[in-house]
Design a protein around this ligand. Sequence first.
Ligand code: BES
Ligand code: ZN
Length: 456
Amino acid sequence: MNDVLDYLKTNQPRFVEELCELLRFPSISAQPQHKKDLRACAAWLVQHCRRIGLNAELCPTPGHPIVLARTPRRAGVRPHYLVYGHYDVQPPEPFDLWNSPPFEPTIRGRQLFARGAADNKGQFFAHLKAVEAYLKTSTSLPCDLTFVLEGEEETGSASLTPFLRAHRRELRCDGVVISDTGIPKKNLPALTYALRGIAALEVTLRGPSRDLHSGLFGGSVENPAMALSQLLAKLRDAKGRVTIPGFYEDVVALTPLERKQLRRLPGTEKSYRRFLGVPQLYGEKGFASTERTTARPTFEINGLTSGYQGEGGKTIVPAWARAKITMRLVANQQPEKIMKATVAWLRQLCPPTVHIEISAGHGAPPYLIEPTGAQVQAALRALRTAFRYEPVLIREGGSIPIVSDFKRILGVDTLLLGLALPNDNIHSPNEKFDLDCFTAGQRMSALLWPELAKTE
Ligand code: BES
Ligand code: ZN
């Protein structure tokens, strides 16, 4: 093990350079014009995996390719773990808020700035570097590993689910390891035992057959932007609760023990408010922010479009208005059931003065495990040694659509061992990754495999 850790220590500058190479690909899965960049990024990863000694292949899908990379198989029965990551990133817009261009990685102090630095390229790269250390120092790796790196996580992982089904045999494993979540701070490593699910939809209200002069026609027809605003405003009540009938029906409440643990996390409501730049926090009455963002479901408008968006003014009644919406779901809510209830509620609330169109998008169930098993204990030991601090168990509010499929299709739990800090700006301008988290992540990964092997 010392050889492995020494190898990691001496090779940091090269690792950072390689990560920068990976970060230069604008692998934005949501934008069709970047399809080639995703392919190029996946091809780079295949080459890189081969260079560090893995058997790697590029697997085409109807969407973006999946990279599969395995450690050379040895004789004997050994535990097999999947390491999942995603090489696609969120759109970097708005560009003008970036201090350095999103796809020109820039280091300031110990921070590496680039879109995808923390979410998720830097995090899964830490695992690749740990495996490289084993292979290049000829240290025997106590587990077989298969890396599954996909390019559609940020759009709902549509191709990976059928891929898991089709490759069920070769992907049979004892568990999945993912670093694509966060930690409360550098000296507080964490294992995430719950993620929220998600249900996405777009709603469009159509009024007149074209944009109209608002002086000539305003007052005689519905304004779709106004109708949409009023419609959406009805989706939450004065207590900050979502009004969709049955929305909270299946929600599993936090246990008293969980609520107590949450209160032990660092930070105050005031520092949180300052960090976010809001005049006041807002949310469902009766819950703390840490509860609202992890264990309570939400309804969010992600985008709202109507009428003239260019410079200056334009006096029109717009022909249509559209909202992009996602709901975050918690255990035991089901995306399909929530989607159905939402569509019915929107239709019911829609005034007869406009046409309503609703298109359902991706959905993913929430994830919640009992963090008491042997694998969790093994992971906590690796975290403790790598970070040199006592780890905490946390729930997180983000979603990783594929984790519930790992359970459903492969029958295994996922260890969520995140490396991102709260101020890493994932999905925001100036995303970054802390290089101390990068190195700690590599150590954690290196230490994890012997710990997991012990649980057999
Ligand atoms: N890495 C995030 C998820 C995450 C971040 C979980 C921090 C916990 C803590 C992931 O890349 C992500 O952003 N997922 C999307 C999925 C969605 C588009 C289907 C999300 O949560 O919005
Ligand atoms: Zn993300």
